[in-house]
Design a protein around this ligand. Structure first.
Ligand SMILES: *Cc1c(COP(=O)(O)O)cnc(C)c1O
Length: 390
């Protein structure tokens, strides 16, 4: 019924636009943990809320449609979705995983999966030859994030899928940074898309949630069994918050991406900024691949100042963005990877990956570009002044 609509329309005009029995235009929040069965022999669609809940199901159907997958599943956090998806693997399997993977995923792979006999190798996924070189006999999964955090490195999704298929491996993509509004990995042959819906999908810094979407029904059924077994399902209030946030996903990302582009251009010209990382910039090494496989550059960028002192002065002066971990919200969020997302990594390891003491990450919100640029301009003056005064 909705297949021909554009993404923007699909966000609103879906099966859950209104509820059949009352006409309610918001998905009802169904708190019940258990469901009365009318027939001794034939149970209804819902019996127990860990196994299935109408509010959670509405979100699961919505994300499956938006990603173009067969089955969507909602979890209590992004990490719950990612960890549960890893349970598709078995003892003795090997995972090839992007070296700049999200910190929580890094922790799961290196300190949990290893105890269950699942091996891993970290590899630079922007280099397909490197990836090919590290595929082993027991490799069962290629795991990618594109663009990656915090340096916005771009991986060629179709290239990875080709390698995976040639070696009978699955491909997972963490699509948190772009969402299906800008990137649809399943269309490019990926098997499972994962999300921290805590970020852009819900969009308001007010809920923790995770989503997984499988391309085919068989894998969907296996992942559903794991969701039901592990039990890290999303609560109904939270499912409702994600559903509400998703209605404005397109307009939020469109606006924030435009502002991110303006800011990237401004930062690139500023004398105090050593480097800007944004896949929308023509001199970004992944620009061509990114442009080919997405509908936009997104709302996250990183930039590098001289050193930690410059960062400190800038952050102490800047007024509009909140200074916090996380991303993908209506308010701009400025993060300091060295002390936040990558605090657990040694300085040497960080520097090897280009995550210097001068690096800041910005997730652009819905404030006006002019206000943000003026705020940044003023804060750069503070950096200058301090330096002159020293
Ligand atoms: C935040 C994040 C996660 C983890 O999601 P939670 O909802 O915090 O558990 C995973 N991947 C990426 C890329 C993220 O930004």
């Amino acid at each position: 019924m909705t297949n021909n609509y554009s993404f923007q329309t699909k966000l609103l005009h879906n099966k859950h636009k209104f509820e059949e029995t009352t006409g309610a235009v918001s998905v009802p929040i169904q708190h019940a943990s258990t469901f009365h069965q009318n027939d001794f022999d034939q149970y209804g669609k819902f019996d127990y809320s860990r196994s299935g809940n109408p509010t959670r199901a509405a979100l699961e159907e919505a994300i499956a449609e938006l990603e173009g997958g067969a089955r969507g599943l909602a979890f209590s956090s992004g990490m719950a979705a990612i960890s549960t998806a890893f349970l598709l693997l078995s003892q003795g399997d090997h995972v090839l995983i992007t070296e700049d993977v999200y910190g929580g995923t890094y922790r799961m792979v290196t300190s949990v999966l290893n105890r269950f006999g699942i091996e891993h190798t970290f590899v630079d996924m922007t280099d397909l030859h490197e990836v090919a070189r590290h595929i082993k006999e027991n490799t069962k999964l290629l795991y990618i994030e594109t663009p990656s955090n915090p340096l916005l490195k771009v991986t060629d999704i179709e290239g990875i899928v080709k390698l995976a298929k040639a070696h009978d491996c699955l491909t997972f993509v963490d699509n948190t940074f772009l969402t299906p509004a800008l990137q649809r990995p399943l269309d490019l042959g990926v098997d499972v898309v994962l999300h921290s819906a805590t970020k852009f999908l819900s969009g308001h810094s007010d809920v923790l949630a995770g989503l997984a979407v499988t391309k085919d029904e068989e894998l969907g059924q296996r992942l559903y069994q794991l969701q039901n077994s592990f039990g890290a399902v999303l609560g109904v209030q939270d499912a409702w918050l994600v559903l509400r946030g998703m209605k404005t996903l397109h307009v939020r990302l469109e606006q924030s991406s435009k502002t991110a582009e303006a800011l990237a251009n401004f930062l690139q010209k500023h004398e105090l900024v050593k480097k800007v990382y944004y896949p929308g910039l023509k001199d970004h090494p992944g620009h061509a691949v990114h442009t080919y496989q997405t509908n936009g550059a997104g709302a996250v960028l990183s930039f590098e100042l001289e050193d930690q002192e410059a960062v400190r002065q800038f952050v102490n002066s800047v007024k509009i963005p909140v200074f916090a971990v996380s991303l993908g919200a209506v308010e701009s969020i400025l993060s300091y990877p060295a002390n936040m997302s990558h605090a657990a990594m040694s300085r040497e390891e960080r520097y090897k990956r280009g995550i210097t003491d001068g690096l800041l990450r910005l997730s652009v919100g819905l404030e006006s570009a002019e206000d943000l640029i003026a705020d940044f301009e003023e804060s750069f003056l503070a950096v200058n002044k301090e330096k002159v005064n020293q």
